[in-house]
Design a protein around this ligand. Structure first.
Ligand code: TMP
Ligand code: ASP
Length: 242
């Protein structure tokens, strides 16, 4: 990225640069992949561009369906222009099907369809390894009040309904995903971060015998290979559909 823009923040998968308009930022999607709080790291050429493309298309779809997001436009390659937000340090995970940490921490069997979507809220804090929170702990830490928390949970459920249908249309099961929200300069809560195979579990429904084929970051987490191929497949199916 052109060095005339000031780097505001660098995360594991993205860099945020200042924009000439102080209400906007430039987001650069990196080729880096990390897992297990960056214990595992790798670089996949083209990942940044694919996640930027996929996220942009999904944000455009959500905006059309009246979900407020930080997305403004996609620039070339791996750059996105977004509204500047004050990020709320919570990771909102919604699960439709049990997998991942839910099955490590509870006796729920991997692959079981949950009766209703489960929302798990984690503290966004790498030093503490993003611990699972309770409502009382959120109050204790004074991160957000009850009204805003309820608003975020309701919005997450609405986003889930929209995304489940979006992915069914391209023969993908939306197993779970993680969202982040923030306040824009008007004090409005909007969806931030990204929506890509990095923070969603996406299973291919084109399998005859019920085998689980992950088209998401589990390919890296679980050493399954075919990482870029999976991300490209998601991008291809989205482009063919819209
Ligand atoms: P989990 O089963 O490991 O808790 O993950 C649930 C979902 O959240 C899965 O789609 C991956 C996503 N996720 C992130 O985006 N960032 C994270 O740091 C973690 C732990 C999970
Ligand atoms: N996002 C986390 C990391 O970067 C964990 C994960 O996605 O599995 O390490």
């Amino acid at each position: 990225m052109n060095s005339k823009f000031e780097l505001i923040y660098e995360g594991k998968a993205k860099k945020i640069f200042a924009h000439e308009d102080s209400d906007k930022v430039i987001i650069e999607f990196k080729d880096d992949a990390t897992a297990f709080n960056a214990i595992k790291k790798a670089k996949f050429e083209g990942k940044g561009e694919l996640n930027c493309l996929i996220s942009s298309k999904i944000f455009e779809f959500l905006i059309k369906n009246n979900i407020p997001t930080h997305y403004l436009e996609r620039k070339n390659d791996n750059l996105m222009i977004a509204q500047k937000i004050r990020i709320i340090p919570l990771e909102i995970v919604l699960r439709n099907i049990a997998y991942g940490s839910l099955c490590k921490q509870t006796p729920v069997k991997p692959g079981s369809v949950l009766e209703s979507p489960l929302i798990d809220i984690y503290l966004k804090n790498d030093n503490l390894n993003d611990p699972l929170l309770t409502k009382d702990r959120i109050n204790l830490l004074k991160i957000i009040d009850d009204k805003d928390l309820e608003f975020i949970c309701k919005m997450t459920l609405r986003i889930n309904k929209l995304l489940k249908t979006f992915f069914y249309n391209i023969n993908i099961e939306l197993v779970d995903f993680k969202l982040e929200f923030g306040y824009n300069s008007n004090g409005q809560i909007i969806l931030g971060d990204e929506i890509s195979p990095d923070n969603c579990r996406l299973w291919d429904l084109n399998q005859k015998n019920g085998t689980i084929v992950s088209l998401d970051k589990d390919r890296f987490r679980n050493d399954l290979g075919g990482f870029i191929e999976a991300y490209s497949e998601i991008n291809k199916r989205i482009n063919n559909f819209i």
